[in-house]
Design a protein around this ligand. Structure first.
Ligand code: NAP
Ligand code: GLV
Length: 306
């Protein structure tokens, strides 16, 4: 069995060593133009040329949770697409989102600025009951985030395509319930996959429906958010701030206003990182399942886009 590795921005050697150790029966090599045909591919943002030269692939393993970049390419139609499910990302995402919600809820940014200036000040505590958090996307990551927020006793709303029952989470689903979900939420956390249905979903019309003093946390994909609509709603005072981990162009271009906006906190697409060892173990286990003819978890529905 041959595995070809084609991952942008990823040091290949530790991945090759890990894949060889986990799958000793496999020949694992970095893809180069003109490479011999392989059975399986391990990829992150590969070029179209990769699939054009490897039309025989049986399975494509994406070393991330989101498959939007992959599905924008022409893939071999017979190949199954398998994404990472959790693989250590859910707890990271829960940490990141909880810290962003709590930092805003507890005025920690303002306290830090006051302390730096030598001021001993107090802000009036906010009411937790006024701070409903809405989580868009209740999949592997969104469900974990929603439940972590519920542990901090925030009122939590969740929105998904199909109905979901999660302890401590008020569920909304489908386009028909989106407005009610937004109107019930003050903080909005985006954990949707990027698909034709969800591109630009965080636009002026939708963000205006959040409760006054709303706060936006985008940890999914930059193209979910209409940047200028967020800026306009911050300027109007309807929104109080945002924490953004993902951007339409990454790295965020130096002239982009998000860099300098006082009420926007940015991080460089780091809220939930791919953890190599856990990911290799998951890929190896699923690949062996496919080899045995089993139906493995985490298969992407290419038509649906996630
Ligand atoms: P997932 O398990 O596939 O969950 C997707 C969720 O979104 C599901 O609940 C799904 O509803 C819902 N959804 C999809 N389309 C919808 C629509 N049109 N309307 C309403 N709900 C819809 O994905 P995941 O593993 O949680 O990952 C989510 C995303 O996080 C990834 O796609 C990726 O873009 C992003 N991500 C970012 C980072 C980072 O570092 N910033 C790291 C990892 C992942 P159903 O449950 O009804 O299907
Ligand atoms: C990272 O953004 C991922 O999709 O895993």
């Amino acid at each position: 069995m041959k595995i070809t590795f084609c991952c942008a921005d990823t040091e290949p050697e530790p991945w090759l060593a890990g894949l060889r150790a986990a799958l000793p029966q496999a020949e694992v090599a970095v893809w180069q133009p003109g490479a011999t045909p392989a059975d399986y591919a391990v990829v992150w943002q590969p070029p179209q040329q990769f699939f054009d030269e490897q039309p025989q692939l049986k399975g494509i393993f994406n070393i991330g949770a989101g498959v939007d970049a992959l599905l924008s390419l022409r893939l071999p139609p017979q190949a199954v697409v398998v994404r990472l499910e959790d693989a250590g990302m859910a707890v990271q995402m829960a940490e990141y989102v909880c810290q962003a919600v709590i930092r805003h809820f507890r005025d920690l940014e303002a306290y830090a600025a006051d302390v730096r200036a030598g001021h001993w000040t107090y802000y009036k505590p906010r009411q937790r009951s006024d701070f409903a958090v809405g989580v868009m996307g209740l999949g592997v990551l969104g469900a974990r985030v929603a439940q972590a927020l519920a542990h901090f006793e925030f009122p939590v709303n969740g929105w998904s395509r199909t109905p979901k029952l999660l302890d401590g989470v008020r569920g909304f689903n489908g386009a028909a319930q989106l407005d009610a979900f937004l109107a019930s939420s003050r903080v909005l956390v985006n954990l949707l996959p990027l698909t034709p249905d969800t591109t630009n979903i965080l636009n002026r019309e939708r963000l205006s429906r959040l409760q006054p003093g709303g706060y936006v946390i985008n940890v999914a994909r930059g193209a979910h958010l209409v940047d200028e609509d967020l800026l306009a709603l911050l300027d109007s005072g309807h929104l109080a701030g945002a924490t953004l981990d993902v951007f339409r162009a990454e790295p965020l271009p130096p002239a982009h206003p998000f860099w300098r906006h006082l009420n926007i906190t940015i991080t460089p697409h780091t809220s939930a990182r791919t953890l190599r060892e856990t990911s290799i173990a998951q890929i190896a286990s699923k690949l062996m399942g496919l080899q045995r003819g089993e139906r493995v978890a985490g298969l992407v529905d290419v038509g649906r886009g996630y």
